[in-house]
Design a binder for this molecule. Structure first.
Ligand code: ZN
Length: 136
């Protein structure tokens, strides 16, 4: 049984941005020879999130729109009195900052349209994702 931790660093370019990190995570799985187990990904930040969904340009725009509509970057949030990014903390909390994935026969098991999406909520920034593997 292996227990290994990898890091994935990414640079974001926009305040709210969605990046497909599936290929980068697959590279880590391949390079480390992970065969069967559980991969847990989590972002080391309070203003970013991670989800699994389709990576399609219109849906990407819809997702950014609903984040802005629900979490209102210009909203009258108390946290904005000390730091102008309450929307990002709130969205990170509700979308979630981690996901667990099944690795089977050396492949990440995903549905046909599922991709691993990193959601920047207060960029641009340098971001760190930890990838924990438990398995063989
Ligand atoms: Zn803040």
């Amino acid at each position: 049984m292996k227990f290994e931790v990898s890091s994935l660093e990414i640079n974001t370019n926009e305040r709210i941005e969605i990046l497909d990190i599936t290929d980068k995570v697959e590279n880590i799985v391949n390079q480390n020879g992970y065969k069967n187990g559980i991969l847990n990904l989590y972002v080391l930040h309070t203003t970013a999130a991670i989800t699994l969904n389709e990576y399609e340009p219109n849906l990407e725009e819809d997702l950014k729109r609903i984040i802005k509509e629900i979490f209102k970057p210009d909203g009258n949030w108390k946290h904005n009195l000390i730091d102008n990014n309450a929307h990002a903390h709130l969205a990170s909390s509700l979308i979630g900052n981690s996901r667990s994935l099944l690795i089977e026969s050396g492949k990440i098991v995903l549905g046909t349209w599922q991709r691993i999406l990193f959601i920047e909520l207060d960029g641009p920034r340098k971001r760190m994702i930890k990838i924990v593997f438990i398995g063989e």
